[in-house]
Design a protein around this ligand. Structure first.
Ligand SMILES: NC(=O)c1ccc[n+]([C@@H]2O[C@H](COP(=O)([O-])OP(=O)(O)OC[C@H]3O[C@@H](n4cnc5c(N)ncnc54)[C@H](OP(=O)(O)O)[C@@H]3O)[C@@H](O)[C@H]2O)c1
Length: 362
């Protein structure tokens, strides 16, 4: 078999996506650091800037949305972002690029359930660029695969799925105490670690979460076929692992004032998810690909630094009662607590726009 097409989510019924075309850069803020991209990626994406290192991971989100703000159709046979993007090759190239610079990719269990065979690696989303992505990771001193993190309140996860059982990626499940009990009923595959996170509506992101997650030695964390983790590559964030005081206070305030899920058992704060991740390994760049429920916690707690948003030039529509979420579900911000972003870059391919907004730290 030849190389699979790029795919926002793998969907066998789709025909091969075309090779991505170079993006046109319409606006770009030159941030502190330019990532040295391999020539093929530089040709396709243009320049990629990151802010200065801060000692805290840079947390970025990535979504594709229709013009009318729909990110998922929630149909039994069409659940992924691919239907929204039209399996756009440039969108997939950017997804791969973000995964390639990420130490960690975090998704909610709903996103895993909508793409159960997927691995959250650069080459899994855009195989034709596997070589340049691997080259980029090597040049950044990162192992072949980012840590794949799945967040689940219920713990109702199929541990035989490739993300857990293939051994191709190190995986971390962040779950509630009830979820942990459920998951412990099955044998955890060797590449999977488990962490219990503090719940939304709790007094604070659970400082004990990190203590419950024993630090993972590189050899334990990475399957033998993958390059070992290089702690040095994760930069200054390596000494972190805990909330900056300002962020913790903001997170608590946001949780207290905005929580729609506050009473829902098992929902874990985004801060606790990050604590668990950092207790597991150092991370300079953390990518979350949602879905909407998980994203709402990151935004509510002021823990999303940037959003890469692809605007696909189609209108999805909504009927009353039909579940067609935007990239935030389960929280509201307006009118009391708005989240304004500032444009970092704007790129274009055909009628698609690739937006990048900074939200700053709250
Ligand atoms: N267009 C795009 O770019 C894009 C991106 C991502 C996802 N999507 C789509 O969005 C849909 C899924 O939406 P969703 O809102 O259900 O996504 P989700 O956030 O990935 O999944 C929700 C589930 O994840 C777990 N979860 C999320 N946040 C949690 C938290 N703070 N604490 C504990 N558990 C948490 C829970 O799992 P349990 O049920 O196990 O408790 C929850 O039921 C899919 O169709 C997917 O394809 C689209």
């Amino acid at each position: 078999m030849g190389a699979a097409p790029c795919g926002r989510q793998i969907a066998s019924r789709r025909s091969r996506a075309p090779e991505p075309a170079p993006l046109e850069t319409l606006f770009e803020q030159r941030l502190a650091r330019e990532v040295a991209l391999p020539s093929r990626l530089a040709e396709l994406y243009g320049s990629l800037f990151l802010p200065a290192r801060s000692g805290w991971p840079h947390v970025i989100g990535n979504f594709v949305s229709s013009l009318d703000g729909v990110v998922a159709l929630s149909l039994s046979d069409q659940t992924g972002g691919g239907e929204i993007s039209g399996f756009n090759a440039e969108d997939q190239m950017i997804m791969g690029l973000l995964r390639a610079i990420a130490d960690v990719v975090i998704v909610g269990a709903g996103t895993l359930r909508s793409a159960p065979r997927h691995l959250w690696t650069a080459e899994a989303i855009c195989r034709p660029l596997a070589g340049p992505y691997a080259e980029l990771r090597a040049s950044l001193g990162k192992p072949l695969a980012p840590l794949n993190v799945v967040v689940s309140a219920s713990g109702a996860l199929d541990l035989t799925l490739p993300v857990f059982a293939s051994g191709k990626v190190p995986a971390l499940i962040v779950t509630s105490p009830a979820g942990e009990r459920r998951l412990r009923e099955s044998d955890l595959p060797p590449s999977v670690r488990l962490a219990v996170g503090g719940e939304v509506g709790g007094s604070a992101p659970d400082a004990n979460a990190s203590r419950r997650v024993p630090p993972v030695a590189p050899s334990e964390q990475q399957p033998a076929s993958l390059a070992p983790l290089d702690p040095g590559s994760a930069g200054e964030a390596a000494d972190s692992g805990h909330f900056e005081p300002g962020r913790r206070a903001e997170a608590e305030a946001a949780t207290a004032s905005q929580g729609v899920y506050g009473g829902e058992a098992g929902l874990i704060s985004a801060g606790a998810v990050l604590e668990a991740v950092l207790a597991s390994q150092p991370a300079e760049v953390v990518l979350t690909e949602g879905g909407p429920r998980l994203m709402s916690e990151f935004l509510a707690e002021g823990l999303l630094d940037e959003l890469f948003l692809t605007l696909a030039p189609q209108v999805a529509g909504r009927e009353p009662g039909a579940e067609r979420p935007g990239f935030v579900a389960g929280r509201h911000f307006l009118p009391d607590d708005p989240r304004w972003g500032s444009l970092v870059s704007l790129k274009r391919a055909g009628s698609y726009l690739f937006l990048r907004y900074a939200f700053g730290r709250r």
